[in-house]
Design a protein around this ligand. Structure first.
Ligand code: PNW
Length: 455
């Protein structure tokens, strides 16, 4: 595959540590980790993979892996410790050093501006994303980043997975600020979309070189049967998932069927806001991890599908989700269904024609109880082969405009509410052993990249 970027992804809070260094302010995740019962054990991101000090080791491993690109995120509280006010020079210096080292090694930086580590002050003193004022705060923060790094960074992502911030943070309470409300996810999502548009406007009006987009997550929903009702249910589920945050940035408004179902519970954009949102991406980012069946009625004998099912928004969608018991599952009970990935890529390309797609995350959690199991991570090797095969079929047979693929993740890291118990890395890193050690999947991915380049 030509003109295709192979990469790996990480996120600031999950790898950096150094939370009280370099003038960094506290983030909502620092606080959330201290609330008993919210995160596994007493796990937190205080040290994580220590990338604040060991970023040169990360780059060395990226080089060895042979990737074209590295997707990482900037911690807002390193740049603006309270989320407002002037830039913190030490924060800028850290990312300058990382970016320069990447470029010196021929690796293209893909920078995510927001991967969930909101400055804590904005939450405590300003109600976080429930407050529309954060739209301007985010745009001001984005401008600082464009000014500081825009001479070298040519690929920008405003938000990582606004669906997770909205649904997990405000609907299910699994992420900060840990709220459970039926309507707040829609309000918060609305503000995130407006903040995206404000940042993109600033990027484009500022004449910075390069491209900007958003990363939305989506699982595939396969109709359980061929009935029109089940097909509609599956379509509805994908529109409520990917469409919620992608229709506005491409077409200027929410999917019609969301409006039909939610009425006034879904906030409205003014015509001016619609104009700002429409076409506010140069590419679409997709984070994809799993597939479920969708049906209009509860399937007979459907078991509990666990925490990644209807996600609290089921009443709004009227979709029932179920699994095929023959599907292999990862250590997070996410289903390994590579054909679902290919179908989703086709769905996206059909609904949003003309936009390049980057797969900004895909990967799997593997149970790795000891070092021997970890280094011989067979299930991850198979996962990567099967998912990159599906991707290559989508590019070559379905002729989709997909420009890159980023494996989640470069290394084991702080897996949010699961702490350090779930492992996604190509490199083994543990809280007591911060040295980066390649697993078998590291070499498999290295090989896959080489093969694909000769395609
Ligand atoms: C993504 N869900 O998170 C994030 O972008 C990463 O930071 C994270 O480590 C990775 O996937 C693996 O979890 C998600 O519940 C978290 O559907 C939860 C869900 C989806 C994605």
């Amino acid at each position: 595959m030509k003109n295709f970027l192979w990469g790996v992804a990480t996120a600031s809070y999950q790898i950096e540590g150094g939370v009280r260094e370099g003038g960094r302010g506290a983030s909502v995740w620092d606080a959330f980790c201290r609330i008993p019962g919210r995160v596994h054990g007493t796990d937190n991101g205080d040290v994580a993979c220590d990338s604040f000090h060991r970023y040169a080791e990360d780059v060395k491993m990226l080089k060895l892996l042979g990737v074209d690109a590295y997707r990482f995120s900037i911690a807002w509280p390193r740049i603006q410790p309270t989320g407002r006010g002037p830039a913190n020079p030490e924060g800028i210096a850290y990312y300058n050093a990382l970016i320069d080292l990447l470029l010196a090694n021929g690796i293209t930086p893909f920078v995510t501006l927001y991967h969930w580590d909101l400055p804590l002050d904005l939450e405590l003193a300003h109600d976080g994303w429930r407050n529309r004022e954060l739209v301007d705060d985010f745009a001001a923060y984005a401008r600082i980043c464009f000014d500081a790094f825009g001479d070298r960074v040519r690929h920008w992502i405003t938000f990582n997975e606004p669906w997770c911030t909205s649904v997990l943070g405000y609907g299910l309470g699994a992420f900060p600020p840990g709220r459970t409300d039926p309507d707040e996810p829609y309000r918060v999502g609305h503000h995130l979309l407006l903040a995206h548009a404000a940042a993109v406007r600033c990027f484009r009006e500022g004449g910075y070189p390069g491209v900007i987009g958003i990363t939305n997550n989506c699982d595939w929903r396969e109709p359980l049967t061929d009935s029109p009702a089940d097909r509609d249910a599956a379509e509805r589920a994908v529109q409520f998932f990917y469409g919620w945050f992608t229709d506005p940035v491409v077409r200027g408004d929410y999917p019609e069927l969301m409006r039909e179902r939610l009425g006034d519970r879904l906030p409205r954009f003014t015509p001016e806001e619609q104009a700002g949102l429409k076409g506010s991406v140069d590419f679409l980012g997709l984070n994809h991890y799993s597939t479920l069946y969708a049906s209009a009625e509860e399937p007979a004998g459907a078991g509990d599908i666990g925490p990644n099912g209807n996600g609290g928004m089921s009443d709004d969608q009227q979709v029932f989700l179920s699994v095929d018991p023959s599907w292999e599952q990862t250590d997070l009970q996410w289903n390994v269904v590579p054909w679902g990935f290919r179908k989703l890529l086709n769905w996206i390309a059909r609904r949003y024609p003309g936009l390049p797609i980057y797969v900004t995350e895909n990967g799997c959690a593997v149970a790795e109880p000891d070092a021997v199991t970890a280094l011989d991570d067979e299930p991850r090797c198979r996962f990567l082969r099967s998912y990159t095969d599906a991707l290559r079929a989508a590019v070559r047979e379905d002729a989709l405009d997909i420009r890159g693929y980023f494996c989640w993740s470069l290394m084991d890291n702080f897996e949010w509410a699961h702490g350090y118990t779930k492992r996604f890395g190509l490199l083994r890193v543990s809280p007591d052993q911060l040295e980066r050690v390649p697993k078998r999947s590291f070499y498999v991915y290295q090989q896959l990249i080489k093969e694909a380049k000769n395609d």
